[in-house]
Design a binder for this molecule. Sequence first.
Ligand code: SF4
Length: 357
Amino acid sequence: MVDGRGRLILTVTRACDLRCAYCPTAKDGWPALSPDDAVAAVRLFADRYGGGDVKLFGGEPLLVPEVVQAALDEAARQPRIRQIYLSTNGLGLNSARIEALARHEKLILTVSMDGRPEDHRRLRKGRGSVPDAYDHLVGLLPHLLALPRFVVTQTIAPSTAAQAAANFAHLVGLGIRRFNLLPGYYLPWKADQLDALDRGFAEIGAAFRADWAAGGRLYLRNLFTWAPTAFFNSGLVVDADRSIHPANVGLSGALEGLLGQTRVGDLDDPPSPEALAEAAARVPALLEGALSAEVLRSTAAVDRALGRLVEGLYPAWFAQRRARHSAGGAATKSGEPKSADIETTGIVGGSSPRSAL
Ligand code: SF4
């Protein structure tokens, strides 16, 4: 955490205007961070922990746009902040906001989509009078696709595992080229659903290989994302109540009881980097004690399936990079993975590929 490659995860609010079928987040009864809290957290991360990447997270971050703005502005001012990820369901986006976000050079905008409209609508139910999430996003796609760093997180629930490849193909058909695949961790998966996930990943992997062999530009963020704990983000985690944790496991309503054990300070009394690292090392054992054997087994199986996809894609990924380099080095065009991304994958460290919401 002191070499500029750490992660700050800001849960700017736990509130959300959707109620997705697979979402574990405890949303009600929490405060939101203030703009001053966001600025203080980014400064703390840069000064005490060496900086790196910032993730703006929720709930739905764009329900508090002034907090998002404050974090983005502070990240732009801090040379030790490398990139800032904004993960959103997209309902808070409009063309003017997308235009404003495009001016932030460090921003990577990540929008969650499930794929075909029937699956998106079935799994992402709105609260009250919120607009249809699928129609809203598709209407904004011309603006989103013009952004240099726009990524779609394709969420895959156990109930849509058999449609994973069809949903991926649908999103590609909409013009989307940059993906992060997110199967549902910490949920019970049945054996037939896990088999379907494997088949879906095999088809998606074949689509990536075919695209790269034809000189295409499909991008899979999972190739560059590594974490010690599947699904949950780890690093310097600042929750919506300003408390600090080594991972956001307590975001899940089922694991709220762990919050007292993972808490290592708050924005007024932050832990040392060493104390944060020690607390992080305790998280896997806490999870094992809190989750059912079935959920732990499912999570491990889902993670292995994603790992097989990612590891199976590396040879084709490196081959297409070599081909592009020898054709004139066009691979570092804006929005495409650069050599720095390769360096941060942890390939040498021998960890497992993970995905995080
Ligand atoms: S998955 Fe995201 S968009 Fe869906 S309910 Fe949870 S926080 Fe909201």
